[in-house]
Design a protein around this ligand. Structure first.
Ligand SMILES: CC(C)(COP(=O)(O)OP(=O)(O)OC[C@H]1O[C@@H](n2cnc3c(N)ncnc32)[C@H](O)[C@@H]1OP(=O)(O)O)[C@@H](O)C(=O)NCCC(=O)NCCS
Length: 152
């Protein structure tokens, strides 16, 4: 695909997004990464309460400097402020680095999987999730439960 065709696709897609978050990260005037998110994922099993981080990409020369963490946190803030209760991210099972990154950020696989096709090749994709705006602090409940187990 040519660069001008890609540019046109992005212009169309960004103009359709309305209030959905899309961020470009810049350093010294240079574009170093971007993130896009959806407030209304089409997946009905999420009840319209989840936000999805759809794309999170850094320029290869800027990977591993903490910029991805900052951009991801900024995107999660936007989803939390928009009233989403949890965040999901679909990650290629083979993308171990991205899976480690999301796990380090507190997300966990929630059991949902799908298969994406790139040409004739199927790839397994895992859904990761974490709470935003939690009504119930599941982490605190789990800690209390494990403390009670230890006391028994
Ligand atoms: C995934 C990505 C956005 C992470 O951004 P990043 O700037 O490289 O990550 P950070 O430097 O902010 O790292 C944050 C934490 O994630 C973890 N992490 C990041 N890269 C990792 C790697 N390659 N292996 C293991 N853990 C990693 C680390 O624990 C790190 O914490 P630490 O600094 O305490 O060690 C970036 O590497 C990227 O653009 N990758 C290619 C595109 C991609 O795969 N996107 C995800 C599609 S779902």
């Amino acid at each position: 695909m040519s660069v001008s065709r890609l540019e046109l696709d992005w212009q169309r897609s960004l103009s359709r997004r309305r209030s959905a978050p899309a961020y470009l990260m810049e350093e010294d005037g240079e574009s170093v990464g971007f993130a896009t998110a959806a407030l209304w994922p089409r997946d009905r099993s999420l009840f319209g309460l989840a936000g999805e981080v759809q794309m999170l990409y850094l320029a290869p020369s800027h990977i591993g400097r903490g910029l991805g963490r900052a951009l991801f946190a900024h995107t999660l803030d936007a989803l939390a402020r928009s009233g989403r209760y949890w965040v999901i991210v679909w990650v290629l099972a083979l993308n171990r680095k991205a899976r480690d990154f999301y796990e380090q950020a507190g997300l966990r696989p929630d059991g949902a999987t799908r298969v994406d096709w790139f040409g004739a090749q199927p790839f397994r994709v895992l859904r990761y999730a974490a709470a935003l705006n939690p009504v119930v602090d599941f982490g605190a409940l789990a800690r209390e439960a494990s403390a009670a187990d230890t006391d028994d």
